[in-house]
Write a protein that binds this ligand. Structure first.
Ligand SMILES: [Zn+2]
Ligand SMILES: [Zn+2]
Length: 298
């Protein structure tokens, strides 16, 4: 059995409208692409900030600009017009835990994926670790400050109890070439989050999305994944695809690493209840043919 739970039905831009992408035909395309790669457990997890309801949590200018769609309509669409699991990717916003919980309590989701995209800055305000606009790196903060703020916030996200899965747990490395990567042993940053992650029991995502990004690594790094697995963190496997052809993107890399670390089970979610299922082989020759046809590896 293989999963892909951290999945978006559209690109992260305002031109990708709900009306064009939240359709049963698009959901069928995603299902077919996943099946061709041997992925049976498929769910979608749109960004919370693209829905108007998210403004009850936070009114950052980026959210105000993006909060266009109706969250209840999205949930109804996934439940009634698709055979996909229903998830949501929800930013952890420090200090807004109660508002976030209130929003999530109104929904009957299969799983909630918690993400840290924005981190607080020592000089006040916040910066995004994965965007140029509103980005943390234009604030003048150096890598020590940014990585410390990121992993501290990630630990708080785990401890909040709001989420079933922690997404892309070392996302801060996405642009991490040169001056944006701290020197030396990175465990001093991981240790800011590890006790809270392990203590909370939250599942941790192994995401192949980083392989498509400038950092060209899995999220998390092998070293961080080893620490998480040693601490007993259950693993959720995803691609963070924003288009059907990226479903199961380079899963062979992720599966080889899990095998090396002795991980034999993946998290499966239904109505926010977690179970573990044995990892199955990706879909064999048919999957490889589909991957080649989709241009994987280029
Ligand atoms: Zn994300
Ligand atoms: Zn995502």
């Amino acid at each position: 059995m293989l999963t892909d739970y951290h999945v978006h039905l559209r690109a992260d831009d305002l031109d990708a409208r709900a009306a064009d992408n939240f359709t049963s035909a698009n959901a069928r395309r995603y299902r077919e692409a996943a099946s061709a790669r041997g992925i049976s457990e498929l769910g979608v997890s749109e960004h919370v900030y693209r829905f108007r309801e998210a403004l009850a949590i936070w009114e950052h200018p980026f959210w105000v600009q993006n909060a266009i769609d109706d969250l209840i309509a999205y949930c109804a669409f996934v439940r009634e017009q698709t055979d996909l699991k229903l998830g949501l990717e929800v930013d952890y916003i420090p200090g807004r835990e109660a508002q976030t919980r209130q929003l999530l309590e109104r929904l009957e989701l299969d799983y909630v994926i918690g993400s840290v995209h924005f981190v607080p800055l020592a000089g006040g305000g916040v910066g995004a670790v994965d965007m140029a606009e509103h980005g943390v790196w234009s604030s003048g903060a150096g890598p020590e400050e940014v990585w410390s703020a990121y992993f501290t916030t990630l630990g708080q996200a785990a401890a909040s109890g709001l989420f079933d899965i922690l997404a892309h747990v070392d996302l801060v490395k996405v642009f991490s070439a040169g001056e944006r990567r701290p020197q030396g042993d990175l465990r001093r940053f991981y240790e800011l989050a590890l006790p809270a992650i392990i203590g909370s029991g939250v599942a941790v995502e192994l995401s192949t999305a980083g392989l498509r990004k400038p950092c060209a690594e899995l999220y998390p790094s092998r070293e961080l994944l080893e620490l998480l697995v040693a601490g007993g963190a259950p693993i959720a496997l995803s691609s963070d695809a924003h288009r059907a052809q990226d479903l199961g993107y380079r899963y062979e890399r992720a599966l080889a690493l899990l095998s090396e670390l002795g991980v034999q089970e993946l998290c499966v979610f239904e109505r926010r209840r977690r179970s573990l299922a044995p990892i199955g082989a990706p879909g064999g020759a048919a999957a490889e043919d589909a991957a080649i046809a989709a241009g994987e590896g280029t």
